[in-house]
Ligand binder design. Structure first.
Ligand SMILES: [Zn+2]
Length: 74
């Protein structure tokens, strides 16, 4: 199950698709932040944040990097 990169709370979904097929990032119920903003980032931007030792970027790689549409719908 995906986790919030700010407080590590498990979240049901990282994103939803609206009726226009646009992705909408979901907020964490516990802390109110967007659960994982790095889902939208390219690999290079995530890598730059890793080099800058951004802790949420590491959490994204550990917990949410490989979440795809099927796992997100679970
Ligand atoms: Zn949170």
């Amino acid at each position: 199950m995906p986790k919030c990169i700010h407080c590590l709370e498990e979240v049901e979904k990282l994103w939803i698709k609206n009726k226009y097929e646009l992705y909408i990032l979901q907020k964490c119920d516990k802390c109110g932040e967007i659960a994982d903003k790095y889902i939208e980032y390219t690999f290079f931007l995530v890598l730059m944040n890793l080099i800058l030792v951004d802790i949420p970027a590491y959490r994204h790689c550990l917990y949410n990097r490989w979440v795809n549409d099927d796992q997100n719908e679970a």
